[in-house]
Design a protein around this ligand. Structure first.
Ligand code: CTP
Ligand code: MG
Length: 229
């Protein structure tokens, strides 16, 4: 199984609201993008990493990869307007074109373990597409624009979906091409694969695999790291 990891690190971090994109800020001394890259670096099955960054950040990431020992980072591309565009830019690189499986991970998730990467890859090898998910702890309701409840969803069938997500390369490439042709957009890669009609399986995610979106998430992440010391 040849696996290439794609690190989606080209967002602007608007909800976070810092002067630079959040993934380039130090999280307890280590840049968030490096912490997320290490999730891929430390997974044995991942041979190479392709990162997408905002315009102007290629050199900085290259320098950090050397400094922090992310040796598998073999290419850095400039991402696009939306996450989907950034992943597509990475998919077009020769590294990815040679891979059997592609593993896509968000630079905003610093806590994914090598065991999770392994679990997702094994399921993708078997089924073609796999994503980690965890059951929601809260009741989830569908609400109308008026604020009125439309439906209370059966919690046992709901999952909060995380990254890393793994796909047969041809499926992911076809899904992105299809979405582009039809002007479809989605917040994760699996949704694009689903739109094409391919099955996506959910494996057990990790409660600690938080996505850092707001300053509050950042404080939780700092506290987790501090508690670990
Ligand atoms: N991302 C990307 N390219 C984009 C937008 C997002 O590679 N054009 C990446 C982000 O860098 C992040 C991941 O996709 O690692 C998930 O996105 P999110 O947490 O929404 O980050 P941002 O888009 O940067 O934040 P915001 O939506 O608040 O601007
Ligand atoms: Mg975003």
């Amino acid at each position: 199984m040849s696996v290439v990891g794609i690190l989606a690190a080209a967002g602007r971090g608007e909800r976070f609201g810092a002067h630079i994109p959040k993934q380039f800020l130090p999280l307890r001394g280590i840049p968030l993008v490096i912490r997320a890259a290490r999730c891929l670096q430390e997974a044995e099955a991942v041979a190479q990493i392709v990162a997408a960054v905002p315009p102007g950040y290629q050199e900085l990431l290259q320098r950090w990869a050397e400094e922090y020992g992310v040796q598998k980072l073999s290419r850095i591309v400039v991402g696009g307007e939306h996450r989907q565009d950034s992943v597509r830019a990475a998919l077009e690189t020769p590294e990815v074109q040679r891979a059997e499986l592609v593993l896509v991970h968000d630079a905003a998730r610093p806590f994914a373990t090598a065991a999770l990467v392994e679990r997702v890859l094994q399921a993708a090898q078997r089924h073609g597409a796999a994503v980690p998910g965890i059951p929601p702890a809260e009741t989830i309701k569908k609400v109308a624009p008026t604020g009125e409840v439309v439906q209370t969803l059966a919690r046992e069938w709901l999952r909060r979906i995380q990254t890393p997500q793994a796909f047969r390369r041809e499926w992911l490439v076809a899904a992105h091409a299809h979405a582009r042709r039809l002007g479809l957009s989605a917040t994760d890669d699996a949704a694009l694969v689903e739109l094409l009609g391919f099955p996506v399986v959910v494996v057990e995610g990790e409660p600690r695999n938080l996505k850092l979106t707001t300053p509050e998430d950042w404080r939780v992440a700092e506290a987790l790291l501090q508690a670990e010391q």
